[in-house]
Design a protein around this ligand. Sequence first.
Ligand SMILES: Cc1ncc(COP(=O)(O)O)c(C=O)c1O
Length: 429
Amino acid sequence: MNRFELTEDFAQSLDAADPLKGFRGQFLVPEQQGKQRMYFLGNSLGLQPKTTQGAINTILRHWAEEGVESFFTGASPWLDLHQSLLEPLSVIAGAKPTEISVMNQLTVNIHLMLVSFYRPVGKRTKILVESKAFPSDQYAIHSFLEHLGLDPSEILIEINAGSENVVMNNEDIVQMIERHSNELALVFLGGINYYTGQLLDMQQISKAAREAGAMVGFDLAHAMGNVQLSLHDWDLDFACWCSYKYLNGGPGAVAAVFVHERHHADQALKRLTGWWGYNKEERFAMHNRFVPEPDATGWQLSTPSILLYACLQSSLDIFTQAGWTNILAKQEKMIAWLSALITEIGSEHFTCLTPESRGSQVSLLFKEKGRLVYDRLFEKGFMVDWREPNVIRLAPVPLYNTFTEVWHFYSALKAIIFEVYANNNPVQA
Ligand SMILES: Cc1ncc(COP(=O)(O)O)c(C=O)c1O
C-alpha cells in the first residue's frame, strides 16, 4: 500500500514535518522573473551556498593582506585547509580521514588512480568496465591503455556490451568477475550510473573482485553526497569523485580520491608524484628523492587551489550542520515520494529507467517528443536535464528541494504530457 497520499496538501505536510526545511534558505536558488525556479539538478551542478562568496572573499582578503604568509599564519592558515575538509568528507564517504585526498579534477584523478591500481601481471591484464560508462571515464581508460602500448579492445571486458540493456544486474557483474577471475587485474565501475541513476551494490562487487584477486575502484561522481557509502568497510581499493554535483562545491570544484589505508605504505605501488604529496614534515626541505605522505595525501601533486577548497568547505559546513543521517533519511523519503507520483502518472509515453536501487536521480525515457516535454518543463520554471537521445533526468536534493516542489513537477509533467500527446496533436516544436 502506498504510504503517501498523492495530494498537494500531503506534500505540504511532509515539508512542514521536515527537520531539514530550514536549509533551503542557505542556498541561492536560480530565479525566473523574480520567482525561484524548481531546481532538480543537484546531479549536475549543485546550488551555491550563500556562504561561498564570503569564503572566497576571505581568501582574497588574506591574499591581499598577507600574501604568501597566508599559507602559514592567521586563524586558518591555508596549509591546514585540506585537513579541515577531510573530517566532513570522511563522514559522507564512510572512510577514514586519512584515506581521502582532496585534489585535482575527477578525470585527472581517474588517470592517477589507474597508474596505481592497474597492475597487469602475466595473464592478469583485463579491466572490467561498463559499456555505458560516462564518456570521460572511457576516454581516460582508453588513452591510459594506449599510453602503455596496450590495445583497449584486448584489455577491456564490458558489462552489457552490445546489449540494449542500460540497466545492469549485480549478479551478472559478480558472475562476470568470477568467470574472468584468473585474468582480471581491475574492476572499475560507476557507483551510480550517470544515465540511468542505477546504484550498484558496491560491497558485493568489491568482495567478488577482491576474491578474484583483482583491484577494485569506483567513480562516485553521482554517489558522493547522494547515498550512504562505506568505502573503508566495503574494502574498495580506491574511489574518485567530483564535488560539483551533490557536494555543491561549484563549477569545476576540486575533486577527491579515496585510497584504502592498506595501500598507503605499499612501496611497490606505482604512482605519479609531485611535491605536494611529499611528507609534510620535510616538504619544504626540498629533497630530491620523493618520500610520500603516509596516507592518501601522498597522491597529491600540486599546490592546492585554496579558492576551490574554500568553496567546498562552505558547502561541507552545511552538511555537518544538517547531519548526514538526516540528509539520507530525507533523501529516501523524497525519492519514494517522486517515484510514487511518477508511477501514478503511468504514462505510455515514457518509462522510468531507474531501478529500485538508486539515489536521488530518476531518469525518464521517452518514446518520442521527449525534448518537447523537456522544453515545456523549462518554460514552466523546472530545471531538469536532457540527455541524448531521449532521457530527462532529475534529482530532488534533500538539502534544498521540497516535497511540494516535487508535487509541482508531477502536476506539470502530467499536464504537459496531456498537452503534447493528447489526440496525437501535431506538435509545434
Ligand atoms: C560519472 C562521471 N565521471 C566523470 C565525469 C567527468 O568529470 P570531470 O569533468 O570533473 O573530470 C563526470 C562529469 O559529470 C561524471 O558524471
